[in-house]
Design a binder for this molecule. Structure first.
Ligand code: MN
Length: 197
């Protein structure tokens, strides 16, 4: 049984960057539906009591389990995305990840530019990510439910660029949503905790 976690903050905590109405739909309808559908698929199967990460990896490895992968990975992605954001976050990276970003990109600005480009250039639905791969940091993008975990990468930061993540607040202006999240919401403590884990 896959859990449907509460948001780690109040629904209006990320406003005005992400409105309470967006979170009401994004968490309360979209995220919830992914949990319900994934649970329907695993009910009575050998995956029923497996941890979510195991379900995601096993479904990714089995072409007959595409629907399960899509829904279970979307649960994982949303559980992760909520934690990547916080009221009063954003701006310059802090802690150990700040040093690593400086090593790779030279400055936070260059890193943000690449992260934003990844999100803007993702055609259709998906995510922009900061991941750890072979000990080094890398910016990536994935389509739909796809997730770095199944590509041998460790996710450190995710920004959801599905239209449901920003359309109520920014309409078609995905770049404005990405800039606002980067400037005001990234939870660097969480990113550092992922790096350390
Ligand atoms: Mn989403």
């Amino acid at each position: 049984m896959i859990e449907f976690p509460d948001l780690p903050y109040a629904k209006d905590a990320l406003a005005p960057v992400i409105s309470a109405r967006t979170l009401e739909f994004h968490h309360g309808k979209h995220h919830k539906k992914y949990v319900e559908t994934a649970n329907q698929i695993i009910a009575g199967t050998e995956l029923e009591n497996e941890p979510l990460e195991t379900i995601v990896k096993k479904a990714a490895a089995d072409p007959a389990k595409t629907a399960l992968f899509n829904n279970a990975a979307q649960v994982w992605n949303h559980n992760f995305y909520w934690q990547c954001l916080k009221h009063g976050g954003g701006g310059a990276p802090t802690g150990a990840v700040a040093s690593k970003i400086k090593e790779v990109w030279g400055s936070p600005e260059k890193f943000f530019e690449e992260l934003k480009n990844a999100g803007v250039s993702q055609f259709g639905s998906g995510y922009a990510w900061l991941v750890l791969e072979g000990g080094g940091l890398k910016v990536t993008k994935t389509a739909n439910a796809d997730n770095p975990l199944v590509h041998g990468q460790k996710p450190l930061l995710a920004i959801d660029v599905w239209e449901h993540a920003y359309y109520l607040d920014y309409q078609n202006l995905r770049a404005d949503y990405l800039s606002a999240v980067i400037d005001k919401l990234i939870n660097w403590d969480f990113v550092n905790s992922c790096l350390a884990s």
